[in-house]
Design a protein around this ligand. Structure first.
Ligand code: DC
Length: 219
């Protein structure tokens, strides 16, 4: 079975997707990490965001590897472990910017389709149910109010020692969601056949239970 989890930043996708992968013993694939890896390289090589041809080529050539278990995921680019480097607010925005480039999406979507082909996978992102695996058996669109998402992300950033203020976090999330939802190529949108879950008033355990209930109807 392929389980696709899409939705905006801070809705709880990663936590829910990882918990599902653990429970079901499925492979967990974080597609956002792949866009983050391209963004990291773009900043590292000081490439202008306007240089879409070069960034597209880069995405096609980079050797991006997602390895390790759900509880110890590693992300590397051409052999460099960048697991921690890609989790900064700067990389979040840069990933959102480069992900709007069609050539970048083509390169990464191809790889994501290869990675998920064998099935028994939980894949999270923005376009999994619409573009990467439109035939996925289970599609969840995980949403939450902007306040709830900003609060969650702010708390996470605080733990990493990277948060500025709740207002700054909220603005950053809104900027990214507007860009991700309004781009021409595979924007963030709920697939017609995805189940919509609003996680705002629920604990993570409750959301996981709701997703498991959806999965049970498909099994
Ligand atoms: O899920 P994330 O926050 O790590 O994703 C970072 C950015 O990558 C996000 O703002 C948009 C982009 N992205 C995308 O366009 N498509 C995906 N399937 C996953 C992420």
């Amino acid at each position: 079975m392929i389980i696709a989890i899409d939705g905006p930043a801070g809705a709880g996708k990663s936590t829910v997707a990882k918990a599902l992968a653990r429970k079901l013993n499925y492979l967990y694939i974080d597609t956002g990490a792949m866009y983050r890896a391209v963004a990291w390289k773009v900043l590292q090589d000081e490439i202008e965001f306007e240089n879409v041809t070069r960034i597209g080529q880069l995405a096609a050539e980079l050797n991006i590897n997602l390895t390790g278990s759900v509880d110890d995921l590693r992300v590397s680019v051409d052999g460099d472990d960048i697991t921690n480097e890609i989790r900064t607010p700067e990389i979040s925005q840069a990933a959102s910017i480069v992900s709007a480039i069609p050539a970048v999406r083509r390169a990464l979507v191809n790889r994501q389709q290869e990675m998920g082909r064998a099935g028994n996978v939980v894949m999270e992102g923005r376009d999994i149910g619409t573009v990467v695996f439109p035939q996925a058996e289970v599609k969840i669109y995980l949403d939450a109010s902007t306040d709830a998402r900003a609060q969650r992300r702010f708390t996470e950033d605080l733990q990493k020692g990277a948060a500025a203020s709740i207002e700054a976090t909220r603005t950053a999330i809104e900027t990214r969601d507007t860009r991700d939802s309004s781009r021409a190529d595979s924007p963030l949108v709920k697939a017609a056949d995805a189940v919509y879950i609003d996680s705002s008033g629920f604990t993570i355990e409750e959301v996981i239970e709701q997703v498991l209930a959806v999965i049970r109807t498909k099994a």
